[in-house]
Unconditional design. Structure first.
Length: 288
């Protein structure tokens, strides 16, 4: 605290004004987070007040009670959707990190014939939105008989051109002399990858982990297209059903608010824990 106080005393008037402006901007940017949290704890009658209230006047846990316990009497409980989302996100992150790191290492440090063609294909894949390949994905998943399986959730996510590109750009910064020295000392290709490349590329891996988690955690396409069994669908899909239909448009608003908070919190926590890694990746993945 004393160090912070000394730094504040040494600030010029311009720096003081800049700090105040940034603090006000940060407070303004945090308003949506405050609203999401308060909205989840509003009682039913406050959800429809006009003009709407920003803060909950009478906070309650009723929305969470309805979300967790009331659907328990139905065919598929809420905990099943939550379990599916957590498991799919974990499997997808592991698969994307492993495949992207290995592909990025090969493209960055090894020499082979069609290297330029592969890189051109990856750059071309960056131009396509996920919706443009929805039909090919559906046909491939059906051909492999992966409908109603966790592999059906994970497989379309594994090939991530963004992940390969970011990690490759980061690995390009690692000196070749370091890898050659390790090989001279007797390290195998896998040992060089596991002991040198992966630890040094951790900022990029952390960034890819966040991007992958956010994409998978909020994805509804796999549950909609590939999963006909209700027990294999994820939390984001279930959230869309809470306010669908004439009956649920009003009755499901409280549960939807609670579910929205549950979907948002993991993204916020992971970002806060790894934001420094993201900045390091953006710095090292730019132009050499």
């Amino acid at each position: 605290m004393a160090t912070i106080a000394n730094q504040l005393r040494k600030m010029t008037p311009f720096e003081t004004l800049l700090l105040i402006g940034l603090l006000l901007l940060a407070a303004f940017m945090s308003l949506p987070i405050v609203f999401i949290v308060n909205h989840a704890f509003k009682p039913f009658h406050e959800l429809f007040l006009f003009p709407p209230t920003f803060l909950a006047k009478e906070p309650t846990l009723t929305n969470f009670y309805d979300l967790f316990l009331r659907p328990g009497a139905t065919i598929v409980p809420f905990s099943r959707y939550l379990y599916n989302s957590v498991l799919v996100a974990a499997l997808a992150m592991a698969a994307v990190i492993l495949s992207s790191c290995m592909a990025a290492y090969v493209l960055s440090k090894l020499k082979f014939g069609p290297k330029r063609i592969v890189m051109a294909a990856i750059m071309l894949a960056l131009m396509y939105a996920a919706e443009t390949v929805a039909i090919p994905r559906y046909l491939i998943i059906g051909w492999l008989h992966l409908n109603n399986t966790y592999f059906g959730h994970v497989l379309p996510i594994v090939a991530s051109p963004v992940a390969v590109f970011l990690i490759k750009q980061f690995i390009d910064q690692i000196p070749n002399e370091l890898l050659e020295a390790a090989k001279i000392d007797g390290a195998s290709e896998f040992r060089v990858f596991a002991r040198i490349i992966v630890p040094l590329a951790m900022p990029a891996i952390a960034t890819i982990s966040i991007i992958t988690f956010q994409g998978v955690w909020g994805d509804t396409s796999a549950s909609t297209l590939f999963m006909q069994d209700e027990t294999m669908k994820t939390l984001p899909y279930y959230m869309t059903t809470l306010t669908s239909g004439a009956a649920n448009t009003v009755a499901g608003q409280g549960m939807a608010a609670a579910a929205g908070l549950l979907l948002f919190l993991p993204n916020l926590i992971i970002f806060l824990l790894a934001q420094r890694r993201i900045m390091e990746t953006m710095i090292h993945s730019g132009v050499k």
